[in-house]
Design a protein around this ligand. Structure first.
Ligand SMILES: CC(C)(COP(=O)(O)OP(=O)(O)OC[C@H]1O[C@@H](n2cnc3c(N)ncnc32)[C@H](O)[C@@H]1OP(=O)(O)O)[C@@H](O)C(=O)NCCC(=O)NCCS
Length: 163
C-alpha cells in the first residue's frame, strides 16, 4: 500500500473528515457528533491519516470531566475509509494519539467501542470499572497512560453524546 502519513487535522480537512465518518459508519450520526464536539469546544485532539493527498483515517479525542473538573480524555469517533481498512491505519491513529496525549500529561483515556479491537492498545474494562459512567460492560474501557490521579469519580461526557 502507498505510504501513510499521520498529522493533526486542520480546519481545511473538515469536509473530508465528515465525509469519511459518514462513509465508514454508513450513517451521519458520528459525523454529527464530530461537528458538535468541535462546535462546543470539547474536541481536544484530531488526527488524520493521509494517503497521497486523501484523508483515509480520522480519530478524535475529547475532554471528559470527572466530578466537575477536567480529568480525562475520551477516544472517538474514529474511522478508516472502508477500502483502506485492515491495513494498520486505525492502529496507527490510536498509537499516535495515545503517545501524543501521554506526552501532554494525560493519565487516563476512555473508549466506548469494539471490545475485541481496543484491548490491543491496552484498553480494558477493569481500568474503567472504578468510575461512575453512563455505560458499563466490556465495551466501556480505559487505558492508563500515567500513574496517579484520577482513580475514581463520576465521569461527565460532552453533550454531543447525549448522555
Ligand atoms: C474500527 C476501524 C477504525 C479500524 O480501522 P482499521 O484501519 O481497519 O484497523 P487496523 O487495520 O489497525 O486493525 C484491523 C483490526 O481491526 C479489527 N476490526 C475492524 N473492525 C472491527 C469491529 N467492528 N469490531 C472488532 N474488530 C474490528 C479487524 O478485525 C482487524 O483485526 P485483526 O488485526 O485481528 O485482523 C475501522 O474498521 C472502521 O472505520 N470501522 C467503521 C467505523 C467504526 O466502527 N469505528 C470504531 C468505532 S468504536
Amino acid at each position: 500500500m502507498t505510504d501513510i502519513t499521520f498529522r493533526t487535522a486542520e480546519t481545511t480537512d473538515r469536509e473530508a473528515i465528515l465525509n469519511l465518518n459518514i462513509g465508514a459508519f454508513g450513517r451521519r450520526d458520528e459525523a454529527e457528533i464530530v461537528s458538535r464536539l468541535e462546535a462546543d469546544g470539547d474536541a481536544l485532539l484530531q488526527l488524520v491519516a493521509v494517503m497521497e493527498t486523501d484523508i483515509v483515517g480520522h480519530i478524535l479525542f475529547y475532554a471528559i470531566r470527572i466530578d466537575g473538573r477536567i480529568g480525562a480524555v475520551g477516544l472517538g469517533p474514529m474511522s478508516v475509509n472502508p477500502w483502506a481498512q485492515r491495513a494498520g491505519i486505525g492502529s496507527g491513529l490510536v498509537h499516535y494519539g495515545l503517545r501524543h496525549l501521554q506526552d501532554g500529561g494525560v493519565s487516563l483515556v476512555f473508549v466506548l467501542g469494539h471490545e475485541t479491537y481496543y484491548p490491543r492498545f491496552g484498553f480494558s474494562e477493569v481500568a474503567a470499572a472504578p468510575f461512575v459512567a453512563p455505560w458499563k460492560g466490556p465495551q466501556f474501557m480505559a487505558v492508563r497512560l500515567r500513574h496517579g490521579p484520577p482513580t475514581s469519580g463520576r465521569l461527565q461526557f460532552p453533550t454531543a453524546f447525549g448522555v
